[in-house]
Write a protein that binds this ligand. Structure first.
Ligand code: FPP
Length: 254
């Protein structure tokens, strides 16, 4: 079997997605399938986060956005929410050094004021510390919802209009995008969802308008570097048209 290193080199010879978003689904089912607690699935899922982030960095991706906790996840049983918050805090403290030595800029999107201090504290500290890093932006979507983000952007636009800073008749997609939580991130090229489910689940609704979707038939704890490479290879086989005809979308031959 080809080594991960060889596969990475092969994937790097073709155009890479600049920004990859991942819906990390299936931690609970992975654990329940083994008669274990759901939280064990989330813990194993944290290991996938580490391995996938390392592989994305080695490949040279510009941005990786991970859906770690949705606006809707607050309604889960209290012990699961508390356990997930503790895992996030642990990840932020344990990965601090690796994030810094690898030039990764840590970012977060979502209703961050809803997070407990246990997470917000190390998150804000690492965001600040890694602000100047140029290697790859790792964004954690936390207390995140695409609809919530769009409502927040609409509110910003309305407030600006009320203050006379924005003419409503001049509001276009480019301006609206600057009000999104992802304003400083590159366009999303590829969205991956694990666990075999084929849903968007309120993830990057605006940003994924022209993204390619890849659905992986493994639970998130089993999604590691080889599976990321499979997903990127599939992306590289796709024909992206952005609403144009096939002939228009293809660059003219030399
Ligand atoms: C979805 O699986 C996963 C989550 C709601 C949480 C994702 C969290 C992690 C991967 C670990 C911590 C994150 C970081 C960044 C260190 P599910 O629980 O909905 O699975 P199920 O659909 O099988 O129940």
């Amino acid at each position: 079997m080809e080594s991960t290193f060889a596969r990475e080199e092969e994937v790097k010879t073709k155009p890479l997605p600049g920004h990859v978003g991942i819906i990390m689904d299936g931690n609970g089912r992975w654990a329940e399938g083994q008669g274990r607690r759901r939280l064990d699935g989330h813990r194993e899922g944290s290991q996938s986060v580490r391995e996938v982030t390392r592989c994305a960095r080695r490949l040279g991706l510009k941005a990786l956005t991970l859906y770690a906790f949705s606006s809707q996840n607050w309604a889960r049983p209290l012990d699961e929410v508390t356990g997930l918050m503790a895992l996030l805090a642990e990840f932020l403290s344990k990965e601090r050094e690796e994030i810094m030595t690898n030039g990764i800029r840590l970012n977060a999107i979502g209703q961050l004021d809803k997070l407990p201090v246990l997470v917000r504290g190390p998150l804000e500290a690492l965001r600040k510390e890694s602000r100047g890093n140029k290697g790859m932006v790792l964004s954690l979507a936390l207390s995140y919802g695409g609809r919530e983000e769009l409502v927040s952007a609409a509110r910003t636009a309305m407030e600006k209009a009320k203050r006379g800073e924005l003419d409503p008749s001049k509001l276009d997609a480019d301006t609206f995008e600057t009000f999104l939580w992802t304003a400083d991130l590159p366009p999303v090229d590829l969205v991956i969802r694990t666990s075999g489910e084929k849903r968007i689940s309120n993830f990057l609704l605006w940003q994924s308008a022209y993204a390619e979707y890849v659905f992986a038939d493994v639970q998130w704890p089993d999604f590691r570097a080889p599976q990321l490479l499979d997903a990127i290879s599939e992306y590289q086989r796709r024909d992206r048209r952005f609403g144009l005809t096939g002939a228009q979308a293809k660059p003219a031959p030399p």
